[in-house]
Design a protein around this ligand. Structure first.
Ligand SMILES: Cc1cc2nc3c(=O)[nH]c(=O)nc-3n(C[C@H](O)[C@H](O)[C@H](O)COP(=O)(O)OP(=O)(O)OC[C@H]3O[C@@H](n4cnc5c(N)ncnc54)[C@H](O)[C@@H]3O)c2cc1C
Ligand SMILES: NC(=O)c1ccc[n+]([C@@H]2O[C@H](COP(=O)([O-])OP(=O)(O)OC[C@H]3O[C@@H](n4cnc5c(N)ncnc54)[C@H](OP(=O)(O)O)[C@@H]3O)[C@@H](O)[C@H]2O)c1
Length: 280
């Protein structure tokens, strides 16, 4: 039998001898798994990173070829937070999330510190009521904006709708809003009267829950307005931010334009803005 040298042993060991140093590395501080398809995590924030609540950045890990494997992610934490939070899908054969779903506190991820995006207050004209429309992980930018003081300075009413296939997929958002309304620090920061402006309207499409159906159908039928006891969307008073899958975004854009709202951008603020929650 040939004796293995230390070098041979290291080469066959699954643990690398030396952890590669990542470019733009940040350290994971917390990970929470919500379902077998959804998790959230927090990482350290680069001191120099400035962003507007609602924006997204590129994050990732080193790929097998040693090059950064990056994807767009909405920052789910507000601009004032010391750390950064993300809310993520787990795609079993997804190049990034098949690996990212296994991160643990103490691990490092790559974070390119160049925030961008259209789901920002600067892209909307003043109004009285803001609607946040989300499907799936499209809740992430609103997790940031719901914790952003400007949301309550700018609007008298804040309505957040979240449509998912199953009840468990609503839990991250449901718990965030519940914590927001009961956490002493958040009450002090945002004000009880401001937190009382939040109306939460969760719906499911493939599992029984108090409100079943796609939000777009519930808008068309008028049920969402009847349930909330509010007037239908009006371009004089209402502003909207949309984040979901492409088909949802297209459908709700048509509905919002039917109500007379126009799409805005950073360079040309208007009455509603849209961002994709993922590419297809
Ligand atoms: C502007 C923008 C912001 C984004 N913000 C987030 C975010 O905050 N959280 C997040 O989880 N993802 C977000 N994404 C999607 C993200 O960039 C990746 O697609 C996702 O992390 C999966 O990466 P992957 O390499 O594992 O698989 P990919 O090869 O990127 O995707 C594989 C397939 O998985 C599906 N998929 C990808 N992302 C999602 C998703 N979020 N929900 C449901 N199905 C999906 C799509 O069908 C896609 O074709 C965002 C995308 C864009 C364009
Ligand atoms: N969620 C799961 O349990 C699950 C499990 C395995 C794989 N996947 C795959 O993962 C991908 C993403 O799934 P996902 O559930 O996270 O996101 P999704 O397919 O974007 O669905 C999220 C929610 O948006 C609704 N929706 C879709 N199109 C809409 C439209 N045009 N207008 C209004 N609402 C609309 C869906 O309703 P409908 O249900 O009516 O479409 C669902 O409630 C899909 O490719 C899916 O095949 C999902």
């Amino acid at each position: 039998m040939t004796e293995m040298t230390p070098v041979t042993r290291a080469a066959t060991d699954a643990t690398p001898v030396k952890t590669p140093t990542l470019p733009d590395a940040q350290t994971v501080t917390e990970v929470k798994h919500w379902t077998d398809r959804l998790f959230s995590f927090r990482v350290t924030r680069p001191q120099s990173l400035r962003f507007r609540s609602g924006e997204f950045v590129m994050i990732g890990l080193l790929g097998d070829n040693g090059k950064p494997l990056l994807r767009a992610y909405s920052i789910a934490s507000p601009a004032w937070d010391d750390e950064l939070e993300f809310y993520s899908i787990k795609v079993q054969d997804g190049p990034l999330t098949s690996k990212l779903q296994h991160i643990q506190p103490g691990d490092q991820i790559i974070l390119r510190p160049k925030p961008v995006g259209t789901l920002v207050h600067d892209a909307l004209l003043p109004g009285k009521r803001i609607w946040f429309f989300a499907t799936g992980t499209g809740f992430a930018p609103f997790a940031s904006l719901l914790r952003e003081p400007q949301t309550y300075e700018d609007y008298d009413e804040v309505i957040i709708t979240h449509t998912c296939r199953e009840v468990a997929e609503l839990e991250y958002g449901r718990q965030l809003i519940e914590d927001l309304k009961s956490d002493e620090m958040m009450i002090e920061l945002l004000g009880q009267e401001n937190l009382d402006k939040i109306r939460y309207y969760p719906t499911t499409t493939r599992e029984e829950s108090p409100v079943m159906g796609r939000i777009t159908d519930l808008m068309r039928s008028g049920r969402v307005y009847a349930d909330l006891g509010v007037e239908p969307i009006n371009p004089d008073t209402d502003r909207a931010m949309v984040c979901g899958n492409l088909a949802f975004n297209l459908e709700i854009k048509e509905l919002l334009e039917g109500y007379g709202l126009e799409e805005g951008a950073n360079s040309k603020p208007a009455q509603y803005v849209v961002e994709k929650a993922f590419l297809d």
